[in-house]
Ligand binder design. Structure first.
Ligand code: PNS
Length: 217
């Protein structure tokens, strides 16, 4: 009897959620987000919550600025695919596999964060992962030109995919993977700027390769 009532309660909840979704869909369609009945931003948030976003980058290595952007993104998107660029033209400090592993370690507790590597066009990767949003962080005005160019090129390549910019905490606005590598190589303190597991991996990398030179780009 108890089992039957639990099943009925679950069934009722599922029906209620499905009906609310259908109702909201029709209302938003009918009012085209303009009617006072439906606040435009709430409607947008509802749709964003259903979306999957791709967060691409070199992540050589991931910094707390990237981590901050991912956490902010998770408040908006249901799922984030961190896309690690596999670019033979660049000479990253960490291999693609190492970069993927390091990010996976940082987000091991988050089931809604996937980490994958990619090569080729970002829009192709986004499409093949059923994602229609590219998420990027904007630290300062200096980032803008490059990001603006990329966003418009990606839109030209696939008009269905939108680029979504987010600003990290001001504590990380000066932070970059290149600076992190340089400071680590020269023995500086990176406390609070990169996850502890990454700091350890950086130290190990430089200890194992004492003659390493940093490629900037
Ligand atoms: O962390 P980065 O190095 O600033 O990330 C750059 C990245 C990976 C987002 C960019 O190089 C990229 O999207 N590369 C994939 C190739 C591509 O799609 N190029 C055309 C669109 S600009």
């Amino acid at each position: 009897m108890k089992m039957l009532s639990t099943k009925l309660t679950r069934c009722n909840a599922a029906v209620l959620i499905a009906c609310s979704a259908v109702l909201l869909f029709h209302l938003t369609k009918e009012y085209q987000f303009d009617n006072t009945l439906i606040n435009r931003s709430y409607a947008l948030l509802f749709f964003c919550a259903q979306m999957k976003a791709v967060y691409p980058g070199s992540f050589d290595p991931i910094t707390n600025g990237h981590v901050d952007i991912i956490h902010r993104g998770l408040k908006i998107f249901q799922r984030i695919v961190v896309a690690v660029l596999e670019n033979p033209k660049k000479q990253p400090l960490f291999t693609t596999k190492e970069r993927v592993d390091m990010i996976q370690t940082v987000f091991s507790q988050k089931t809604n964060v996937e980490v994958r590597s990619f090569h080729g066009l970002l829009v192709d990767f986004a499409r093949s992962n059923q994602a229609n949003v590219i998420m990027r962080g904007l630290r300062a005005i200096s980032d803008f030109e490059y990001e603006f160019q990329m966003a418009l090129m990606n839109r030209k390549l696939d008009p269905e995919i939108e680029t979504f910019f987010m600003t990290p905490s001001v504590d990380y606005s000066f932070l970059s993977s290149n600076l992190v590598k340089e400071v680590s190589l020269l023995g500086g303190c990176l406390k609070g700027l990169i996850p502890e597991s990454i700091e350890k991996r950086l130290r190990q990398k430089f200890e194992q390769n004492p003659n390493i030179t940093l490629y900037k780009g």
